[in-house]
Design a protein around this ligand. Sequence first.
Ligand code: FA5
Length: 340
Amino acid sequence: MSDLSELESRASAELAASADEGALRAWNTKYFGKDGEIPTALKRVGSVPPDERKSYGQNANRIKEALSTAYNAALSSAKERALEQSLATEKLDVSLPGRPTPRGRLHPSTRTLRLIYSIFADMGFQVYRSRDVEDDETNFGLLNMPLHHPARDMWDTFHTTTPGVLLRTHTSPGQIHVMRELCPSPIRVILPGMCYRYEQITPRSEIMFHQVEGLAVGRGISMTDLKGTVIAFARRLFGEERQIRIRSSYFPFTEPSIEVDIDWPKEDPNADRLTKGTGWLEIMGAGMVHPTVLRNGGYNPAEFSGFAFGMGPERITMLRHAIDDIRQFWANDLRFLRQF
Ligand code: FA5
């Protein structure tokens, strides 16, 4: 019993002397922890003589309750004091200007791509995604270029180590995928994506560049529809005053085929170099889908016709912002990218 009253007065005195939360928690561990003095005192009840056992137990429990209540009260007032002190000493100046977060920008090609999507969306074209890694058959064969066809030379190709598997040289193989998926429904889609060519890099030609393919298939589609679509697109993109030139051309997968050029501002000192002295920069190839290609896509050419085009957004971005070298696009030079 005398041990218990010694424990009570010692614990009370130490509790009163614990000035902050840290000291209070240390006190709690010492007295109420796993091997703390209070649990130990309670366990000792078994060794007390039987006639004293009851009052020992009652007393020990009373001390335990009292100390625990005192501890909780001391802890909450210590926390309150700490909060009051931090409110009084630490100040927050809400009138300070914020720290600016650096904002990223969209790559110039992405901006042009999004503009192209929105113009064609207004004309009712949906976006269709096709694969970057193609097989030879879809990239060439089904587009009316069987093995050893001389037109294959128009596309210098990156082949993979797997025979017959290559990086697409243009977005046109997507025409086959979309036709086979949607046949016999009418089609009006654009197919954007990266293309790869094993080419000499020059100010106007990269080995990696975007193309946006367009494909419309239906009954009674004619060359007039193609010209109308291309001219409406170019006027939306470049403005009414820009000159557009349509030339006849050749692609194995379209018949007849055309190419579309935009005039380059003559006052630009780089005009000659970029346009090879012609004053015109080609932005797309196009034409009426070849009957063989329609058939390969599952459509009967006696019933269906269609037009297709393929354009280069980097070339278009060069025209819109008078960029004189296509190598800027993937050089990751921040001085260039930050201008957009
Ligand atoms: C084609 O790739 C055809 N598949 C386009 C086509 C589609 C024709 C549908 C008919 C029907 P061409 O190789 O001309 O054609 O490329 C099309 C456009 O891609 C070019 O007008 C140009 O804007 C862009 N382009 C081509 N090669 C490069 C290059 N090395 N770097 C940057 N842009 C390029």
